[in-house]
Design a protein around this ligand. Structure first.
Ligand code: MLT
Length: 385
């Protein structure tokens, strides 16, 4: 049997690899603390689960869903964008339901990228940006992303031969994994650049709702010319503790939304209507569950940042996301340190190198673990430094 050539260039998915290692230790009866994947430990809020129970009893929900997402779901997404960011969207042409934003981001490549084209991905970023390019037999150009520049991906020096075949630029702020934030000026510069070079700007806003210290993350669609070149991805996974439900939406430039919709309606049949109904409740009910969650993560952030600093690991306290991004000790690589922590401390962290070239020298710690386990993990890390 011969698989497609692109699979030969495809690295195993970062978190699938980590899961394998964790399961091997667990099978030996070892108590492993996972600070790896960003998978909220708190349950989905009860009012959303209740909405799902009601939706399950409706026979019409048992049939094929609308390919683009139900109009009710897309309208709720549009209304949420209006309430949260002041952005007006036409739910019929500018919003598309997704089976999780990972799915939408991966399929965006199918809609826009031909073999031999280039995708511009941050040099530290969600692995699906470059993985999707590989699956299209396209190339990834990693835009440098350095601490000294506040982890803002640098698109100033992209070679002409790359630029002339670049189809999508991916950005994501609040940033996974660094926790960095973008300024309005940076978004405007990226938008102008993408319009000038006829590139689709895909903004991954999966962490917009997890903000601390009074910060409130923007949508790139708030920027004046964004509608000309931007598609933005929102996920209910982190905002409403709904990772397992696989529900998200894409919105923005109508042409991009339509192209992604064409790929999707040929590949999938939409998310289960009952899940879309529950998501409508999540988006339209009072948003107090989000402020409660932000308070919880902010407390955990402070706990972990203080504990890491106390053991000599320098890190910045992020103003958003559920992650702490920290340098590995002198003499270690991302991979060697993550492996040492896994094997000796039985603590899973994500090696920064898994996010791209500039992630080398860092690890990511996820705050989606109860406080006592987080502190226990830091204690174990200290013992194994
Ligand atoms: C993460 O931990 O970065 C994400 O939750 C992983 C994913 O969405 O696949």
């Amino acid at each position: 049997m011969k698989t497609a050539d692109c699979l030969n260039h495809m690295a195993p998915y970062l978190f699938a690899q980590i899961d394998k290692k964790r399961n091997a230790l667990k099978e030996q009866g070892i108590d492993v603390i996972s600070l790896g994947i960003g998978d909220p430990d708190m349950p989905t809020p009860a009012h959303i689960v209740d909405a799902m129970k009601t939706a399950l009893d409706k026979p019409e929900n048992h049939q094929y869903p609308d390919y683009s997402g139900s109009l009710a779901y897309r309208s709720a997404c549009a209304q949420w964008m209006k309430n949260r960011f002041g952005v007006d969207l036409d739910p019929k042409t500018e919003v598309l339901g997704l089976i999780g934003s990972k799915e939408g981001i991966a399929h965006l490549h199918t809609a826009f990228v031909n073999p031999g084209d280039w995708v511009l991905a941050p040099s530290i970023g969600y692995p699906v940006y470059s993985g999707g390019a590989t699956l299209q037999s396209a190339e990834t150009y990693f835009m440098p992303m350095r601490a000294e520049q506040g982890f803002l991906a640098d698109f100033d020096n992209i070679p002409e031969e790359v630029l002339s075949r670049a189809k999508i630029m991916f950005l994501g702020y609040p940033n996974n994994p660094t926790g960095a934030l973008a300024t309005e000026e940076y978004f405007d510069k990226a938008i102008d650049f993408c319009i000038e070079h006829d590139i689709l700007l895909a903004h991954d806003n999966a962490y917009s709702e997890i903000c601390f210290d009074g910060y409130l993350a923007p949508s790139i669609l708030e920027r004046p010319r964004a509608r000309e070149c931007c598609i933005e991805f929102f996920s209910l996974s982190k905002a409403y503790n709904m990772t397992g439900w696989r529900i998200a939406f894409a919105c923005g430039n109508a042409e991009a939304v339509a192209a992604l919709g064409t790929v999707k309606n040929n590949l999938d049949s939409g998310q289960f209507n009952a899940i879309q109904d529950a998501a409508i409740t999540a988006l339209t009910a009072p948003q107090t569950c989000i402020s409660e969650m932000c308070a919880l993560y902010q407390r955990r952030r402070d706990l972990v940042v203080d504990a890491l600093r106390a053991i000599g690991m320098e890190c910045i306290a992020p103003k958003a996301t559920i992650y702490i991004w920290t340098r590995v000790p002198e003499g270690e690589t991302s991979e060697s340190f993550a492996t040492r922590l896994l094997e000796k401390a039985h603590v899973i962290v994500t090696p920064g190198s898994g996010y791209g070239p500039d992630g080398e020298g860092f690890i990511r710690i996820s705050l989606t673990t109860p406080d006592d386990r987080l502190l226990e993990a830091v204690r174990r890390i200290k013992e194994n430094m």
